[in-house]
Unconditional design. Structure first.
Length: 341
């Protein structure tokens, strides 16, 4: 059997992460213990939450230890199994990490049927990011027909599905994305009514003006993925009784741009005056919704009502570069690494 290759956390980043924070390590392929399954990894998902795992600071999940394999969701094929529910050749998904071969308890795995959907969808549209979009629109925002919804990171893994789900509900959907190519895609392929390029807005005030133009009746729901000047632009446009699903603040993950943010007293007052409901959510509190989500979304993907785009990098050794690029908006669609055929 071939050697195992893994990307480990070499050092903690100071501010923006760099490739030096990661190290490729080689070693023997691990043996599965009792109740465990060994898989060779085919696909690795790269997600913004991994930036948080690189820091030692307290968060909703434990950090990756220095020298440990970076955390990550994967699709793999079973090589050996000590769990009767899994046989050699089965396809599974689980948190194996940034590695070519991984071992997990059978309880931590979900079996995949390659006839139902492309295997890697389990890491995107039919996995954690898709569920996040579905929960945000349906359970947190409770978006209704005729309402105006703004989605930031509008063409990304979460945003692209959130925007389309809002459109399917009969909402007016305004996207915010980085660059004319992404905005054109949002309007022509994803069915956004309009998409605003945040690179073209110098600051929060400029963004607020553009949102006011796109949403003359104000904004009822905001699916917040980024923070920064996009949040500054949306806040003054929120309608009375509006809702904000606080899903992520990627503009601030490495501590950048914090000094330019709208001061808290101003934000607080806006929430009060407009009687806004702001709800942060972390998707692992909502995994019980997974079957409802799949029942609704899988047919919409299969019949083409929902469009889904992937941004694939070949080779595990290129995962750090692809991850850093995603944090800066270099991805166009769900970020994946093809680890093996
Ligand atoms: N709460 C949860 O449980 C949960 C679960 C999954 C994801 N999330 C969050 O959801 C958000 C989207 O995640 P994703 O997996 O779908 O990633 P993604 O949107 O596919 O990729 C990240 C995108 O963020 C945007 N971005 C980066 N820096 C930005 C900045 N300074 N200002 C504005 N936009 C910026 C870029 O899009 P543009 O080029 O369009 O700017 C980039 O493509 C992240 O904040 C993530 O942490 C939260």
């Amino acid at each position: 059997m071939s050697e195992r290759r893994s990307i480990v956390l070499a050092e903690r980043p100071a501010g923006h992460p760099t490739e030096d924070n990661f190290r490729l390590e080689k070693g023997p392929v691990p043996e599965p213990g009792e109740g465990e399954v060994l898989a060779r990894i085919l696909w690795l998902s790269l997600d913004p939450y991994m930036r948080g795992r690189m820091d030692a600071a307290k968060s909703y999940a434990a950090p990756v230890e220095l020298g440990a394999v970076m955390e990550g969701g994967c699709v793999g094929q079973v090589l050996a199994s000590n769990d009767p529910r899994y046989a050699q050749g089965d396809y599974v998904t689980g948190q194996f990490g940034w590695t070519s071969h991984g071992v997990l308890k059978g309880d931590a795995l979900r079996k995949l049927d390659p006839a139902k959907a492309p295997l890697q969808y389990a890491l995107g549209a039919l996995g954690m990011p898709g569920l996040t979009a579905w929960v945000g629109i349906n359970r947190i925002l409770e978006a209704k027909t005729g309402e105006t919804v703004v989605i930031s990171a509008a063409t990304g893994a979460v945003g692209s599905l959130a925007g389309q789900l809002a459109r399917e509900k009969g909402c007016r959907v305004i996207g915010v994305a980085g660059g004319p190519k992404k905005c054109a895609h949002a309007e022509s392929e994803l069915g956004y009514d309009v998409c605003l390029d945040h690179h073209a807005a110098a600051d929060g005030q400029a963004m607020a003006d553009r949102i006011a133009e796109a949403a003359p009746g104000g904004v009822d729901c905001y699916f917040e993925n980024v923070g920064g000047k996009t949040l500054d632009g949306v806040l003054p446009n929120m309608n009375v009784g509006g809702r904000i699903a606080l899903c992520g603040v990627i503009a601030w993950y490495s501590g950048a741009n914090l000094d330019d943010a709208t001061p808290l007293p101003k934000v607080w007052r806006t929430i009060l005056v407009n009687r806004l409901r702001v709800q942060g959510f972390i998707i692992f509190d909502h995994f019980d919704q997974f079957p409802h989500f799949v029942d609704e979304v899988a047919p919409m993907l299969a019949d083409g009502r929902l469009r889904y785009r992937e941004d694939v990098t070949e080779g595990l050794e290129n995962a750090p570069k692809a991850f850093l690029s995603m944090l800066e908006g270099g991805n166009f669609g769900k970020t994946l690494v093809k680890v093996a055929d």
